[in-house]
Ligand binder design. Sequence first.
Ligand code: ADP
Length: 207
Amino acid sequence: KTPLHSISGCAELMLSGIVKEEDKPRFLKQIYDEAQHMVSLIENIIKISRLDEEADALPVDKVDLYEIAQTVIEQLGNKAASRGIVMDLSGTHVTIKGVKTLLYEMIYNLCDNAIKYNRRDGEVEVTVSRGRNGRAVVSVADTGIGIAKEDQERIFERFYRVDKSHSRETGGTGLGLSIVKHGAILHDAKIKIESTLGTGTKIILEF
Ligand code: ADP
């Protein structure tokens, strides 16, 4: 509820008439940003509660993971470019049976994090392939801040964020990886993580 406190606090100050004219745009921007943050939080909470309660009702189709990765990279192109980050996709078309919207959401969240927690002018490498055991594999690797060993398990918990101040700056809700975890359970997929602080992170989904 932190964004709501901030929205209500800013609005209250403006209503009381003590905010100077030249400060008003700053207050309005804060109200807008915090409202947007609240919108993403609520959207993510709705997604998670649907996964909890309606998972059985989700439509299962044949889904090409490579095509999904392509769409995600297109969607995130501007965000990556604004930070000088280059996104690259390699591998082959791999089809699995799954819930298309959820698989999109999972790959989107991983790529979005790979941009948010990257360095300026960094790289994101997405690979879709079939492992030797025949399993479909999607991996997302970045050249970012990395995740300490003790946080690597916890980042999949709801609302867990390693660096709260940084996550606020990047508009994080702490729910993205929780959705990835739910999606992985639903698709009977394993999540592996390889990460070194200051060097980068690779998250692998093995279906
Ligand atoms: P958020 O909305 O905060 O990004 P997530 O559930 O997606 O929430 O991720 C939880 C936390 O895990 C993030 O706040 C961040 O601290 C850490 N994290 C996730 N992905 C990465 C990554 N690729 N590199 C470094 N840290 C990451």
